[in-house]
Design a protein around this ligand. Structure first.
Ligand code: AMP
Length: 418
């Protein structure tokens, strides 16, 4: 136990973290250009927030949350997704009283007690955005465009964007009736979970992971067949904007999404060749959520993208840049006096913004050279007793295999020029 991490979690090691930093920096850059600002909310919240904000008939709330009692006997949950927390922060900090819409993004770990497999973990990371207070269809298009732009800048251009409309509460009531009529004769064949969903939220049956339920649902009526004229018009506008932006999409009437609070546009982004867990992100509009959480009626829309799966897709398609974090310079010193002099040069190099390092193991000259080679540094700055006497160092270009003696006072400027 002591040396084994919990199932479904991962260590992100040096050598891997550079890829994460690259993706996260890209997310931050795209968000800046689209006018989204970062928000950081707690990793844990009151359990009630997710029960209300995600929906009590969802898989997440029914079986995937990490819930515990804290020492004050409050029920606390490790966040399984980001939207509910951002909504809570919007309300608690009265962001609705400021200029609207509020456009925010977040990046961070989420926790779900899922069955771990490739692309599915118990602690995973999402990059998400939320827009509160924008009801126009252009906002739906912007949010999808932002997601696709982000993927494209990473080099992921062969993704499929699936979109659907889940309608408003009026359309939902219609589809609910139709679904209950449709599933009524086969109620006994549905999984126990779906049998209980039949009364509470039959739409959820369309999202069930059991293959029998999926089979039975094949010819079920869909929300897209039951849209009222306003929802129909909204959805058509969204599609027009997408066409104007030249972003291809697939109309997918089967698309439901895992969270209860979605209304109108719902979307999911699939990567063709990363295995069974092909969804690299999804989102949609949730016009009822903020009110359901006790706020003023406020339209909302957003997405969440899974960073592990994006990394998987980047690896599979060979689109990960070769990023190696290594110091530019390694200081090599032999003898106590030379080590002292190098140590102070090291600090001056760093103060000048040059990434530099030196040996702390008392290695021999040869071993230090070998180690510098392993680190892959470009330059070695070698100080021995002779150089010390002359107030100089040997600057070695490790790639070219050439070296020159230069005065110690010129090292920083010489390296800066290079
Ligand atoms: P969701 O919040 O369920 O809509 O998921 C949005 C995205 O998060 C998915 O498309 C996945 O890329 C990612 N995701 C969701 N659950 C997991 C998980 N258990 N492990 C890894 N990634 C996940």
């Amino acid at each position: 136990m002591l040396t084994t991490r919990p199932r479904g979690t991962a260590d992100i090691l040096p050598g891997q973290i550079e890829n994460w930093q690259y993706i996260e920096a890209m997310a931050a850059q795209v968000c800046r250009e689209y006018g989204y600002r970062e928000i950081r909310t707690p990793i844990f919240e009151h359990t009630e927030l997710f029960v209300r904000g995600v929906g009590d008939t969802t898989d997440i709330v029914e079986k995937e949350m990490y819930i515990f009692q804290d020492r004050g006997e409050r029920s606390i949950t490790l966040r399984p997704e980001g939207t509910a927390s951002v909504v809570r922060a919007y309300l608690e900090n009265k962001l609705y009283a400021g200029p609207q819409p509020v456009k925010a993004y977040y990046i961070g770990p989420m926790f779900r007690y899922d069955r771990p497999q490739a692309g599915r973990y118990r602690q995973f990371h999402q990059f998400g955005v939320e827009v509160f207070g924008a009801k126009q269809p252009a906002a739906d298009a912007e949010v999808m465009a932002l997601a696709m732009d982000f993927y494209a800048r990473l080099g992921l251009t062969d993704l499929e964007l699936h979109i659907n409309s889940l309608g408003c509460p009026t359309c939902r009531a219609t589809v609910r009736d139709k679904l209950q009529q449709y599933f009524q004769p086969m109620l006994g064949e549905l999984c126990p979970n779906c049998q209980s969903r039949y009364d509470r939220n039959p739409l959820r049956i369309l999202d069930c992971k059991s293959s029998r339920c999926a089979e039975l649902a094949l010819d079920a009526p869909t929300t897209a067949d039951c849209l009222c004229s306003d929802c129909q018009a909204h959805f058509e506008q969204v599609q027009l904007y997408m066409q104007d932006l030249g972003i291809p999409y697939v109309l997918d009437k089967q698309l439901v999404r895992g969270l209860d609070y979605y209304t109108h546009t719902a979307f999911e982004i699939m990567a063709p060749d990363i295995g069974a867990q092909s969804s690299v992100g999804g989102g949609g509009r949730y016009n009822g959520l903020i009110e359901a959480c006790g706020g003023p009626p406020t339209p909302g829309i957003g997405f969440a993208l899974g960073l592990e799966r994006i990394l998987l897709a980047l690896e599979k398609s060979g689109k990960l840049p070769q990023i190696q974090a290594r110091p530019l310079v390694f200081l090599i010193a032999v003898g106590d006096r030379a080590v002292r002099s190098s140590f102070s040069l090291l600090s001056r190099l760093r103060a000048a913004g040059i990434a530099a390092d030196m040996d702390y193991q008392g290695r021999s000259l040869k071993a230090q050279m070998k180690y510098a080679g392993k680190l892959g540094v470009r330059y070695a700055v070698i100080t021995g007793e002779d150089e010390l006497q002359r107030g100089s160092v040997m600057l070695r270009d490790m790639y070219a295999g050439e070296q020159w003696e230069i005065p110690v006072g010129e090292v920083i400027n010489t390296l800066k020029d290079k």
